[in-house]
Design a protein around this ligand. Structure first.
Ligand code: 3EB
Length: 334
């Protein structure tokens, strides 16, 4: 990522213990063959998310900084912060209804953010077990999750409150594992995509309360002009508010990549008052979620053509929040 004081950086590594960087670790997100609860380990906060089959190589996303960190547990959340950045991770246990536990999890996170003074949330990820299945009341679990999240956002930020770029995706284990990044200073700007209806304005067709997230978030540290670090949200084959190309993985890849290119483009950044522009080749850390393992070769080929040879790209085979979506992609352009 760009070099600036207290630089926040991401690495995707196969074995974090074997590849120390000499920097301070805020958070480790291990993608594993099982869940492991949020905890503080060796001074950093850590969470394990069941996202890969037992036979697959594990990958860990490591969030690092230049300054020493202070870590701890707050309620069930594991956190670490360095005076400029906060990483925090939580896990909502598997259950029959997620509305209230999600509200509670968000309340704990907003409390922590307030208490420690990191008011600018720049990115959030949610990994949701059985995302397309019905909960105990017959509501799809993703919709149940969206309901709790929307109520939490109403309560803490007000009805018009906006949330940053997010990922809301399936997981192989049950419950909801999630983590976020926030900053004390700098500037967070949430971006929309002119090709897509803002998710918070989706019609009721997709659930009682819409998903609260932005298509991308620009984080500019103090003194940095332009987009700074651009976090592109989980992006799928949606135009307007509708899924397009149901059943066609190649076309869904094209639309997904087109949406990502548009949200990062100079045209779109200028429309949001940011004098900057990025392309797909600027993405450094890319996570690709593919519903059906048999689609992996097509998705890998599309990503290899679209992204830089030096981008770090990881693939997961998990369900996606709408049953007709076959692929979802997120990334960071530092
Ligand atoms: C979409 O655009 C696809 O609920 O937090 C992407 C990113 C999606 C985040 C979320 C959902 C979420 O609606 C799904």
């Amino acid at each position: 990522m760009a070099t600036y004081p207290h630089g926040l950086r991401c690495r995707l590594v196969r074995s974090p213990e074997a590849t120390p960087s000499g920097r301070h670790v805020l958070g480790r997100v291990a993608f594993l063959g099982h869940h492991s609860a949020p905890a503080v380990r060796a001074g950093a906060s850590e969470i394990g998310i069941h996202l890969v089959g037992a036979e697959v190589e594990r990958v860990t996303e490591v969030w690092e900084t230049d300054s020493p960190v202070v870590s701890g547990m707050y309620q069930d959340l594991a956190y670490a912060h360095d005076g400029e950045y906060l990483f925090c991770a939580g896990q909502v246990p598997e259950g029959g209804s997620y509305r209230e536990p999600v509200r509670n999890a968000y309340r704990a996170a907003f409390d922590l953010i307030g208490k420690l003074d990191y008011p600018h949330v720049m990115r959030i990820w949610h990994f949701i077990g059985d995302i397309n299945r019905a909960n105990a009341d017959g509501m799809e679990i993703y919709r149940d999750f969206c309901l709790g999240r929307a109520e939490a956002v109403d309560h803490h930020l007000g009805r018009a409150g906006d949330m940053p770029a997010a990922t809301g995706i399936g997981a192989l284990g049950g419950g909801i594992s999630w983590y976020l990044l926030a900053s004390r200073s700098g500037r967070v700007r949430n971006l929309e995509n002119p090709l897509q209806v803002p998710a918070p304005s989706y019609p009721h067709l997709y659930g009682p309360r819409p998903p609260k997230f932005a298509r991308a978030t620009s984080f500019s540290p103090p003194g940095i002009d332009g987009a700074g670090d651009l976090f592109v949200a989980g992006t799928a084959s949606i135009l307007g508010h509708e899924t397009v190309h149901a059943g066609d993985i190649a076309k869904q890849c094209d639309v997904t990549l087109g949406n990502m290119a548009m949200v990062m483009s100079r045209e779109n950044l200028l429309a949001h008052g940011i004098d900057d522009g990025r392309t797909l080749k600027d993405l450094r850390f890319v996570k690709v979620y593919v519903r059906r393992a048999e689609d992996l070769p097509v998705v890998r080929a599309a990503c290899a053509a679209a992204f830089s040879d030096t981008a770090e790209i990881v693939y997961f085979t998990v369900d996606i929040c709408r049953s007709d979506l076959l692929v979802e992609i997120e990334g960071i352009a530092p």
